[in-house]
Ligand binder design. Structure first.
Ligand SMILES: [Zn+2]
Ligand SMILES: [Zn+2]
Length: 441
């Protein structure tokens, strides 16, 4: 009976529509709408009052009058007529909490659907913004009547509008990873659309040297354009990210992209083998259900022997984090090394042995000191294979922890990397070319 008593107190004081009355008891009962809850409560209150009124109870009459005035409840009106009682005048009904905005749900949903046209989506989420005074009014109401099983007005609106949109479009509401978020203010009737980015993961191969992974702003002009950069604002005319991004933007009709990769190779190193994992994030894509096989071949055409992609898949935002934490991964490098003096096969075998299952202590290389903190890190080499190509040129294949600087492992970087190849072979060793063969996540 607590429900009825409390509902009666509410209705005696405030005008409440079926939705808003029912919402105060939303957590009681299951599988019905708040509107049904509210209507049912009003109905039972009216029936009880009818019984009492038939037995001559005057207070019951006044409750019936309240149900007409504050509850907009037509049954109570009919009962009063049958009891030959005149209602207390008439005034237009306006719900204290929602100001009758639940009657606008259908219109709001139609407006939202209209705004979402032009974007491809399968899943959506309805966000609700409410005027401050409406939220404050609801809070005060809840504490006045000690509402403990209620639902918020925001949730209620969001669900009801969501149901209508789903019905109108056949799309699904998704709280976690919606393609599109539609923000509705039921009071101002303003509707705004936020399109979530599209994520595509894959691996890239960089088949030639001297292409940076991402756009490298000209250091002389900071991107404004100068003679040095041939008025492009860039240090290099193209990058892996730009080459991949162009066909992606063409097919998705997105606005911009952000390129996230598991580490990066030096500009003059190739990325071969199975490629390096990346995720490309497309902002505001008009199309998101694209054929990834076609995208792959378009990128590979566009990259024309310089950049290739493979293993394209649709991904999630979480995958970006996962890929950025790729420092813990293993890398396989192939490096050609020139030696100042010839060394014996025995010494090369010894080099292979020492640099297998070995910890390298590496102080930040001099060449990157201007942009990285000066720290000493320990990185592990799992395996090294050494092959003599000519008397003074050897090929090394190194499988190591991500983050080890290979060029410095060869030269020693003035003693900042220890042990190193120069020191172990007791002759100056210089890297001629570097390729990344694999990045193992
Ligand atoms: Zn209401
Ligand atoms: Zn420049």
């Amino acid at each position: 009976m607590e429900i009825l008593k409390n509902a009666e107190r509410m209705l005696k004081k405030y005008a409440l529509c079926d939705d808003c009355l029912g919402r105060q008891f939303a957590l009681l009962g299951y599988g019905m709408e708040n509107k049904t809850r509210g209507y049912s409560i009003k109905l039972v209150l009216a029936m009880q009052a009818h019984e009492k009124a038939l037995n001559g109870n005057k207070r019951a009459i006044s409750l019936l009058k309240k149900l007409v005035l504050n509850g907009n409840f037509q049954t109570a009106k009919v009962l009063l007529e049958k009891l030959d009682v005149k209602p207390d005048g008439e005034k237009p009904f306006k719900c204290y909490l929602c100001e009758n905005k639940f009657e606008e749900i259908e219109n709001l949903a139609k407006k939202a659907v209209e705004k979402m046209k032009g974007w491809e989506y399968e899943t959506f989420l309805v966000g609700i913004t409410l005027p401050k005074e409406i939220m404050e009014r609801e809070d005060e109401f809840k504490s006045e009547f000690e509402v403990t099983y209620g639902e918020s007005l925001k949730n209620h609106f969001s669900r009801e509008i969501g149901k209508k949109i789903a019905k109108l479009t056949g799309k699904e509401a998704d709280l976690k990873n919606p393609h599109i978020v539609v923000l509705v203010n039921p009071f101002t009737e303003r509707v705004k659309v936020q399109v979530n980015p599209l994520f595509i993961s894959g691996r890239y191969r960089k088949l030639v040297r001297n292409i940076p992974q991402s756009k490298w702003i000209c250091t002389k002009c900071q991107g404004k354009g100068c003679e040095r950069c041939n008025w492009t604002g860039k240090m290099y005319p193209e990058s892996v990210a730009e080459i991949i991004s162009t066909p992606v933007l063409e097919m998705t009709e997105g606005k911009t992209t952000a390129f996230h990769a598991a580490g990066r190779e030096d500009v003059d190193a190739r990325m071969l083998g199975l490629g390096r994992p990346f995720v490309i994030e497309v902002k505001k894509p008009k199309k998101r259900f694209i054929d990834l096989k076609e995208l792959e071949s378009r990128i590979n055409d566009f990259g024309s022997g310089k950049v290739e992609v493979l293993n394209l898949n649709f991904a999630l935002r979480e995958d970006v984090e996962r890929i950025k934490k790729g420092e813990g991964t293993q890398k396989v490098y192939r490096v050609l090394v020139e030696l100042e003096n010839e060394v014996s096969d025995g010494e090369l075998e010894k080099l292979e042995r020492i640099l297998t299952g070995c910890k390298i202590s590496q102080q930040t290389p001099i060449r990157v000191l201007h942009r990285r903190a000066d720290l000493t890190r320990e990185k592990y080499i799992y395996e090294t294979k050494v092959k003599k190509l000519t008397p003074k040129i050897i090929e090394m294949q190194i499988r190591c922890q991500g983050g080890l600087y290979i060029k410095e492992l060869i030269t020693g970087d003035m003693g900042r990397t220890k042990p190193n190849v120069s020191e172990l072979l007791k002759t100056r060793a210089t890297p001629i070319s570097l390729d990344v063969l694999d990045v193992v996540m």
